[in-house]
Design a protein around this ligand. Structure first.
Ligand SMILES: NC(=O)c1ccc[n+]([C@@H]2O[C@H](COP(=O)([O-])OP(=O)(O)OC[C@H]3O[C@@H](n4cnc5c(N)ncnc54)[C@H](OP(=O)(O)O)[C@@H]3O)[C@@H](O)[C@H]2O)c1
Length: 298
C-alpha cells in the first residue's frame, strides 16, 4: 500500500471565525496547518502554526512549502487593494505549485456588476484566482448562522423574543454554520474532478426571516417574532465595531438584499452533492448553542 504524500495546508485569515473553523477542521483531519494573520498575537486554533503577512505583502513567504491553501477573502472593499491581494495570492499559489487552492468569497457573488463593492471586488478576485494556473475551487457562502450570535441579534432575542436582522421578511436564505463551511472547504481541497468550479454553498434549510424566527421559537419553546432591521440602522450599529468604511460595505450587501430578495436563495443542494457534504439543519444548530434568557449569548 502506498502512503499518500504529506500535506501542508495554509489558511489565509485563520484568525477570523471562518478561517479558524477551516484550520480547526483541517487539523482534526490530521493535516499540518499554517494559519496566516496580520498580527502576531491574534489567537489561532490549537496545533496551528502561525505565519504573519499583511497581504498583498508577504504572500510568497506565507505559501512557502504549502501543498494546499484556503483563502478566506478578508474584509476589504477597496477595489485596488482587493485586486492587489488577489494578484499576490494567485502568484504565490502558482509559485508554490499548490495541488489545490480553495477561495471562500464570504458572500454570494451576483454574476453581473452591481456597484456593490462587496460583490464586485470579489467577482474580480475570483476571476484572477481561477486564472492562476493552480487547480482552484471557489465557494460562495450565503449568510452564516454565527451572525445570529452577535449581540445585536442575540440581545433582542433574549430580551424581547424578537429576531432582528437586516433582511426583508421575504428573503429566503440557506443559513450556513461555520462548521459546515469548514466541511465544504475540506471537501473542496481534496475532491477530484472539481478544479475550476465555483459553488453556491449553503445549509440544509432555506428559511425566510419569519421561518427562522419560528425555528428559534420551536427550539427555545417560546414565540419569536421576526423584525426586519433597516440596513442603515444596522450600519450605524456596526460602525463602532468594524469602522465606518467596512460597516458601509457590509450594509450595502443588505441594501442589495432588500432590493433583490432572492439574492441569497440559490439552491445549495448541487454544491452539497458535488462536494459530498451534508450540512446541518437550522434547528440542530440553534439547539447546539447556549442562549441566555437574561442577555446576549453565553
Ligand atoms: N456571509 C456572512 O455572513 C459573513 C459574515 C462575516 C464575515 N463575512 C465575510 O467573511 C470574510 C472574512 O470576514 P472576517 O470578519 O472573519 O474577516 P477579517 O476580520 O477581515 O479577517 C479575518 C482574518 O484575516 C486576516 N487578515 C485580514 N486582512 C488581512 C491581510 N491584508 N493580510 C493578511 N491577513 C489578513 C486577519 O488577520 P488579523 O487577525 O491579524 O487581523 C484575520 O486573521 C470577509 O470577506 C467578510 O465580508 C461574511
Amino acid at each position: 500500500m502506498t502512503t499518500p504524500p504529506p500535506q501542508h495546508h495554509v489558511v489565509l485569515g485563520a484568525g477570523g471565525a471562518q478561517g479558524a473553523a477551516v484550520a480547526r477542521r483541517l487539523r482534526a483531519d490530521g493535516h499540518r496547518v499554517t494559519g496566516v494573520t496580520r498580527s502576531a498575537d491574534r489567537p489561532l486554533p490549537e496545533g496551528v502554526t502561525r505565519r504573519t503577512a499583511d497581504l498583498p505583502r508577504g504572500a510568497a513567504a506565507a505559501f512557502d512549502g504549502a501543498t494546499h491553501a484556503t483563502a478566506v477573502l478578508p474584509l476589504v472593499y477597496d477595489e485596488r487593494r482587493m485586486a492587489a491581494i488577489a494578484d499576490a495570492v494567485a502568484d504565490a499559489a502558482a509559485s508554490a505549485r499548490l495541488r489545490r487552492l480553495v477561495v471562500v468569497t464570504g458572500t454570494r457573488v451576483p454574476s453581473r456588476p452591481t456597484g456593490v463593492a462587496a460583490f464586485d471586488t470579489r467577482r474580480a478576485a475570483v476571476d484572477r484566482l481561477l486564472g492562476s494556473g493552480v487547480p482552484t475551487v471557489v465557494l460562495r457562502p450565503p449568510l452564516y448562522l454565527e451572525n445570529l450570535r452577535a449581540p445585536g441579534v442575540a440581545g433582542p432575542l433574549a430580551a424581547e423574543d424578537v429576531l432582528r436582522y437586516p433582511l426583508p421578511p421575504d428573503a429566503p436564505v440557506p443559513w450556513l454554520a461555520h462548521a459546515d463551511l469548514a466541511a465544504a472547504v475540506a471537501a473542496a481541497l481534496h475532491r477530484p474532478g472539481i478544479a475550476g468550479a465555483a459553488f453556491d454553498i449553503g445549509g440544509r434549510d432555506l428559511l425566510t426571516g419569519p421561518g427562522l424566527a419560528d425555528a428559534f421559537g420551536a427550539v427555545l419553546g417560546r414565540t419569536v417574532a421576526y423584525r426586519a432591521q433597516d440596513p442603515d440602522a444596522f450600519r450605524s450599529a456596526l460602525a463602532p465595531v468594524l469602522g465606518a468604511e467596512a460597516a458601509a460595505g457590509v450594509a450595502a450587501t443588505y441594501h442589495w438584499a432588500h432590493a433583490h430578495p432572492d439574492h441569497l436563495a440559490s439552491d445549495p443542494e448541487p454544491a452539497a452533492r458535488a462536494l459530498g457534504v451534508e450540512p446541518m439543519g437550522v434547528r440542530d444548530w440553534i439547539a447546539a448553542q447556549r442562549w441566555d434568557r437574561a442577555g446576549a449569548q453565553r
